[in-house]
Design a protein around this ligand. Structure first.
Ligand SMILES: NC(=O)c1ccc[n+]([C@@H]2O[C@H](COP(=O)([O-])OP(=O)(O)OC[C@H]3O[C@@H](n4cnc5c(N)ncnc54)[C@H](OP(=O)(O)O)[C@@H]3O)[C@@H](O)[C@H]2O)c1
Length: 265
């Protein structure tokens, strides 16, 4: 079967926009891609953390262009547009754009906090759509380049405590599927990144043992390996994502009791 996406084996000189790069998986990916010679633009709200990361990258790496720092709030259209404008002014285009911004708060049905719910949907879903709205016309005009949006295995099926987070990620997976259909005819790569559990500030609040937990560095390696393949989905670790995919395929009369048994909730 032919590859669904163009592959990337050599990152040297590629212009990569990492959105959500101040901590966690995004920061680890910035380190990994800088070491592989990519030119980076880094975004998140925390300008101080982005500057510290850029300083770290600059001190470790051989001479190369310093990362572009584009502090930005994904939930504000004008902030996103300004960051995109600065990137275009500096680079004139982009080769790879990866949206890793995300927010998570465990939530159950008897305590739905609408302010938190709106924030999660805003960052995890609407921000990713707004990011795509800026990039898609440029990538289509370039007839080259790739966009990847980070969802989650929590988007495969309903899981306890994931009442709103899971819904935002399920919608994002669906969005990516349609985006692929729209952009791939123009030679543009489209991918969805579905991590399992990764030890980052986002999951630090979990009060349960996270199965198959990975480090941000392992996640970054898996993402780079995903881009070296032509796959649409970059999911990791496979031993965990396979179980979750199988669970999601089961009829509900088996699915619900199994989820209860596995999670004890
Ligand atoms: N860790 C996991 O187990 C796991 C599993 C599945 C999926 N994921 C997904 O992977 C992605 C990365 O998560 P992570 O675990 O690396 O979490 P993280 O360390 O908390 O990183 C989240 C990033 O998003 C940025 N961000 C949050 N809100 C933003 C906003 N409004 N505008 C711009 N940037 C914003 C944060 O920076 P600022 O706070 O500086 O803005 C930070 O750089 C997320 O989409 C997450 O849902 C994570």
């Amino acid at each position: 079967m032919s590859a669904l996406n163009p592959t990337i084996d050599d990152w040297r000189g590629l212009r990569v926009w990492l959105f959500g790069a101040s901590t966690g998986i995004g920061a680890a990916l910035a380190r990994e891609l800088a070491a592989r010679g990519a030119r980076l633009a880094l975004s998140a709200r925390s300008a101080d953390k982005l500057a510290a990361l850029a300083g770290e990258l600059g001190s470790k790496l051989a001479a190369g262009p310093a990362p572009l720092l584009l502090p930005c709030d994904a939930s504000k259209d004008d902030s996103l547009a300004a960051a995109w404008g600065s990137l275009l002014d500096a680079w004139g285009g982009v080769d790879v754009a990866i949206y890793l911004a995300g927010d998570y708060t465990p939530m159950r049905a008897d305590a739905i906090d609408m302010a938190v719910a709106r924030r999660l949907i805003d960052v995890n879903l609407v921000g990713a759509i707004a990011f795509t709205a800026l990039l898609a016309p440029q990538l289509k005009a370039q007839r080259a380049g790739q966009i990847a949006l980070t969802a989650s295995v929590a988007g495969y099926c309903g899981l306890p405590k994931s009442l709103v987070y899971g819904a935002s990620k399920a919608a994002l997976i669906n969005f990516c599927e349609t985006l692929y259909l729209d952009l791939s005819p123009y030679g543009v790569g489209v991918r969805v990144i579905n991590p399992g559990f990764v030890a980052t500030p986002l999951t630090a609040q979990n009060d349960f043992t996270m199965p198959a937990l990975q480090t941000p560095e392992q996640a970054a390696s898996a993402i780079v390996a995903g881009f070296a393949s032509g796959a649409f989905e970059i999911d990791f670790p496979r031993r965990f994502t396979r179980v979750m995919k199988t669970l999601a395929l089961l009829p509900y009369r088996l699915f619900f009791p199994l989820v209860r048994r596995f999670t004890g909730l």
